[in-house]
Write a protein of this length. Structure first.
Length: 308
């Protein structure tokens, strides 16, 4: 026997359950927005299909048989499961997840303080932030959008310039007072906080300080941690403007000198070529570009940093 021969028409099952629950053909008809005659027809159709009676007369009404009551209870659970499955499917249709890959320092210092605005504007879109020093393989599908800090050459990916960046020293106001910091030349004898990928030498040259690249001092592989150390008075950090600007504006960090140099690298928004016009990717990219407009070149820029 095939599956279709053991499955009665869904309409007749819904009518049967509605009558069983309400105890009335009239009430079931109102619930399902059908006529009294249509409900009665579907009940007869179902009983003929099954070859047994599901109801028996009780005065002027209907009463479920023992078999009918068991069948109604089982069908009610099944129809509820169908309704839940349908609701879940429709909810998933309107729900999307966007996976964003970026460096931990950028995520902590720039992206996360602003991301709430995007989430508020896109209530049906969940953002998964993947912050790691290891670059996600976008072409391999590990993420949908990436924010990269580099030269802008990303073969096989769509790339848009997000914003440039600049370097300048920062420290706490307490550190300045404690060391009576007034001249860049004093930095030679002070603790300098360093990032493993970014050199002090271009800034020293721009500030007119003759000194070799520092070899001593605390080195960080996460610029965000370096800025936390500077804010706690542990030394002077060479900061990227995008990562330090909010703390400088709040006074948590201070720029002891006006000189700033442009970084040879910039931030770029990248994605797969096939996804650059996909709605969620495009919405996130445009939001990033709008947020980046609020970032201007800092005061004191003298010239680009040397690439070597």
């Amino acid at each position: 026997m095939t599956g279709n021969r053991t499955t009665p028409p869904l309409g007749s099952l819904r009518a049967f359950v509605a009558v069983a629950r309400s105890g009335s053909v009239t009430a079931a008809a109102e619930q399902l927005h059908l006529t009294h005659g249509a409900i009665s027809h579907q009940l007869r159709q179902l009983q003929d299909y099954l070859g047994l009676a599901l109801f028996e007369r009780s005065g002027r009404g209907l009463k479920l048989t023992v078999q009918g009551a068991t069948y109604a209870e089982q069908l009610a659970r099944a129809l509820d499961e169908i309704a839940k499955a349908t609701e879940s499917l429709l909810a998933a249709r309107d729900y999307c997840r966007l996976r964003v890959s970026c460096m931990p320092s950028f995520a902590a210092r720039w992206l996360l303080p602003r991301l709430g605005r995007f989430i508020t504007d896109q209530p049906n879109l969940d953002v998964e932030v993947q912050s790691s020093t290891r670059l996600a393989d976008l072409k391999g599908g590990e993420a949908d959008v990436g924010v990269r800090f580099g030269p802008g050459r990303y073969p096989g990916l769509s790339s848009r310039l997000l914003m440039k960046d600049w370097y300048y020293p920062v420290c706490s106001s307490e550190f300045i007072a404690r060391h009576q910091l007034a001249s860049p030349a004093q930095l030679i004898s002070l603790p300098l906080l360093r990032s493993s990928a970014e050199l002090w030498q271009p800034w020293f040259k721009a500030a007119g300080v003759v000194i070799e690249e520092p070899q001593r001092g605390t080195v960080f592989d996460d610029s965000s941690l370096m800025l936390l150390a500077a804010a706690s008075g542990q030394g002077v950090a060479l900061a990227r403007h995008t990562l330090a600007a909010d703390d400088v504006a709040s006074g948590r960090l201070v720029r002891p000198f006006a000189t700033a140099v442009e970084s040879p690298f910039s931030y770029f928004v990248v994605c797969r070529l096939a996804d650059e016009h996909q709605n969620e990717v495009a919405a996130f990219r445009e939001w990033l570009l709008q947020e980046a407009l609020s970032y201007c070149q800092p005061a004191g820029v003298l010239r680009p940093a040397a690439s070597d």
